[in-house]
Design a protein around this ligand. Structure first.
Ligand code: KG4
Ligand code: ZN
Length: 345
């Protein structure tokens, strides 16, 4: 196989994104363009993403975002080898906008369509940015997902851990809302936590020490609300201290869960020279969490690979790249591919 050129479209949440990526015969990738339009301002007043507003915003923006990605890459539709789009999981209105647009482009340009699982996009990004080899472990922590995945190969994944209720980013966002901090909550909670005392409040550590690698965050949110109500009205110091306790607790829980997964990975691949954990998703930007993970990994001889922040959060390059990886294996889809709100890897 030779170099392939793929356009990728991502519309499953609140980013309207398109990108052109190439992949050569040796598996090396290059990002030719990566255009992301965030809808954060459209949703901020509601404290979270409103699906109907998101879908309408994707309709309004997608044409020009795709054109911008093509222009920036300096290619025409005839130059492409495939067109890929997120087909799920995600907010279904937005997914339909992106997938239908990709189908129309694929039909008009007579190119294959590659329907991508959004999680696969996150899972394969580190191969684009860091060229890492299979197998590796992935910790995906975003507003919509909290998962630990074994990545054995393209299309070959095993879910070792998932949240039984809220996603980690969602827990940060809900904590922020409860404490009167702005949306998105993660960065606001992190800033407040940096000023706070993590030892003033003691919060439960859901799933800590349990076998397996699953997560739960909803009980933590409830415990935090009860602490906050008991001392209301909250001073700035109270908010800082509550954020510090929350952040420290989730860091301990995530490190515990990851520790279990690292041990299992070691047991399954005892001869692997360079065992690697990849982190992805918006929450991976959290410095306290990263420090905790670093310690956990070095204690076990694992390497941490963290793609640049812009490629950890939702973007088109991860979808284009997943499309290129699939295409290189001869995998693509027909125009009947359907949009799926739920789609476990
Ligand atoms: O991956 P992402 O941009 O979008 C999806 O959810 O797909 O992740 C956004 C999430 C939000 O919940 C946001 O609050 C959280 O990532 N986040 C953070 C930080 N930056 C973003 N959480 C904790 N600490 C941060 N610094
Ligand atoms: Zn995502």
């Amino acid at each position: 196989t030779s170099t392939v050129l793929v356009l990728g479209i991502e519309t499953s949440c609140d980013e309207t994104a398109a990108s052109v990526v190439s992949r050569d015969a040796g598996g090396r990738g290059e990002i030719l363009s990566n255009v992301v339009l965030s809808q954060i301002d459209d949703h901020a007043a509601f404290g979270g993403v409103v699906p109907e507003i998101a879908a309408r915003a994707h309709v309004e923006a997608l044409d020009r975002i795709v054109q911008a990605a093509m222009d920036e890459a300096g290619v025409g539709f005839g130059d492409l080898d495939a067109i890929s789009a997120t087909a799920g999981p995600g907010l279904i209105g937005g997914v339909i906008v992106g997938l239908t647009t990709a189908k129309a482009l694929a039909l008009a340009a007579d190119k294959p369509l590659v329907a991508i699982n959004h999680l696969e996009g996150h899972a394969l990004t580190a191969r684009l940015t860091d060229g890492i080899a299979f197998p590796y472990l992935l910790l995906l922590v975003s507003g919509g997902h909290t998962q630990i995945l074994l990545v054995r190969g393209v299309g070959d994944y095993e879910r070792w851990g998932t949240t039984i209720d809220d996603a980690l980013g969602e827990a940060f966002d809900k904590t922020a809302k409860l404490l009167g901090l702005p949306y998105p909550g993660g960065p606001a909670v992190e800033r407040a936590a940096a000023r706070g005392n993590p030892h003033r409040f003691s919060l439960p550590r859901p799933m800590y020490g349990r076998p397996g690698a699953d997560f739960s965050f909803s009980g933590l949110k409830t415990a935090l609300r009860i602490e906050a109500e008991a001392i209301a009205p909250l001073s700035e110091t109270d908010v800082d201290d509550l954020c510090a306790a929350f952040q420290q607790t989730v860091t301990l829980v995530v490190c515990d869960r990851i520790g279990h997964a690292l041990d299992r990975f070691r047991a399954e691949f005892p001869d692997l020279a360079d065992p690697t954990l990849v982190v992805a998703g918006g929450v991976a930007a959290n410095k306290a969490l990263r420090a905790g993970l670093d310690a956990e990994l070095s204690a076990r001889g694992f390497r941490l690979v963290a793609p640049p922040h812009a490629l950890c959060t939702d973007n088109g390059a991860m979808i284009a790249w997943a499309g290129a990886e699939r295409l290189a294996l001869g995998l693509h889809d027909d125009l009947a591919a359907s949009a799926r709100p739920r789609w476990p890897l």
